[in-house]
Design a binder for this molecule. Structure first.
Ligand code: NAD
Ligand code: GLY
Length: 368
């Protein structure tokens, strides 16, 4: 079989570089795995939705590299991004006698990717793993940059590790089976890169939103590549989030509160981030950092992408108080002080504290 054509986006880190390969037909081609060392065993971690679509194809493609290939099928959903589900990965690794050379393949969306990466980071203190993201969100964000982990009932992604994959394979053909709601959720993270890093990308998405929503391969290829380039650029400067990398969390402080407050899985991660970006943009506006026109454009684009722009109520009485309580768990908060990723009108974002009264005002204005 000839190698499929693909583009690569390199990630340059202090102690290692790796590549994101972006193309069509990558999953099935044995050449996609040429640079992975042969080993006695591999474990494909996937979920109940993805397994019947793609697991056997991956198994076939890597069959000559490993003596034994095991497949673990996890339950599907954000509500399963937990310790008990993570433990199923360790069970499978131990029961199958997997060793330090065993390669883990994360075949799925961000939930499978984050959990498999965390298992790879901690099994025998670290085994190699490959990200094969199957959702748009995972191709443009979660599979890239080495953040891995699980949720805690009190806070989203609170337990985890930075641990980089050997490589990331973004096969655009896999997006053909992605449900429409999930495509929209992925677009939230694509749109995110506009106000924080690249206003030209925002213009481009505005002009191509119809094609993106229709799953046009060329349009999707463009945004996957540009998103990965931006993420690689940020992660290359600040792998462990001592500063700059936090800008990738634009909208996430409000968004994570929505996810935890409603119960994981009610709103999709991308939906919560979309709404969170509107809230963070409104906060930026009230602090005089950005003009109303950019906030309007962002809100309108998210709406056109089929995403929610008004927040859910998280409590009957003091709704804003409940948001604030949940947001205090955010990893950016320091000494109880809330900090947000805020935007200006020139594609620069920064983490700043904001007066609580103003945050309340935004929540009240933005919630149903
Ligand atoms: P997900 O993993 O739940 O996948 C979305 C849904 O689409 C699932 O039901 C999945 O089974 C299905 N699906 C995925 N690919 C499919 C395909 N090709 N065909 C048919 N169905 C498919 O969610 P997600 O949106 O991919 O990822 C969200 C998660 O990623 C959240 O847990 C979030 O915290 C995490 N995340 C992590 C990072 C990071 O840097 N590590 C960044 C952003 C988000
Ligand atoms: N998605 C946020 C990050 O990777 O830092």
């Amino acid at each position: 079989m000839d190698a499929p054509r693909f583009e690569t986006v390199p990630i340059h880190l202090a102690d290692r570089n790796y590549c994101i390969a972006i193309g069509s037909g990558l999953l099935d081609s044995p050449h996609s795995y040429d640079d992975i060392a042969d080993a006695a065993s591999a474990l494909i971690v996937t979920n109940a939705t993805i397994a019947p679509l793609y697991a056997h194809r991956l198994q076939h493609a890597v069959s000559s590299k490993f003596r034994e290939i095991h497949t673990l099928v996890l339950p599907d959903g954000e509500q399963f991004k937990t310790w008990p589900t993570l433990n199923l990965i360790f069970d499978a690794l131990l029961q199958n006698g997997c060793d330090r050379k065993t390669v883990l393949f994360a075949l799925g969306g961000g939930v499978v990717g984050d959990m498999t990466g965390f298992a790879a980071a901690s099994y025998m203190r670290g085994v190699p793993f490959v990200q094969i993201p199957t959702s748009l969100l995972a191709q443009v964000d979660s599979s890239v940059g080495g953040k891995t982990g699980i949720n805690h009932p009190l806070g989203k992604n609170m337990i985890g590790a930075f641990y980089q994959p050997l490589k990331v394979l973004c096969d655009l053909e896999l997006l053909k089976t992605l449900p429409q709601r999930e495509l929209s959720a992925g677009l939230a993270e694509v749109i995110k890169y506009g106000p924080i890093a690249d206003l030209a990308l925002l213009d481009w998405i505005e002009g191509h939103i119809g094609a993106l929503l229709a799953g046009d391969p060329a349009a999707l290829a463009h945004v996957v590549k540009r998103s990965c380039e931006i993420k690689a650029w940020v992660v290359g400067q600040d792998e462990k989030e001592s500063g700059l990398r936090a800008i990738l969390n634009f909208g996430h402080t409000f968004g994570h509160a929505i996810e935890a407050g409603l119960g994981y899985g009610h709103w999709l991660h991308g939906e919560a981030v979309a709404c969170g970006m509107v809230m963070a943009a409104q906060l930026s506006l009230r602090l005089g950092l950005v003009d109303a026109e950019l906030v309007r454009r962002l809100t309108r684009l998210l709406e056109r992408a089929g995403l929610p722009v008004r927040g859910p109520r998280l409590a009957e009485g003091d709704n804003a108080g409940r948001y604030l309580e949940l947001m205090r768990m955010d990893k950016k908060s320091q000494g109880g002080e809330l900090r947000f990723v805020l935007i200006d009108g020139a594609a620069r974002a920064a983490v700043r504290a904001a007066p609580q009264a103003l945050v309340r005002e935004v929540i009240d204005a933005c919630c149903r």
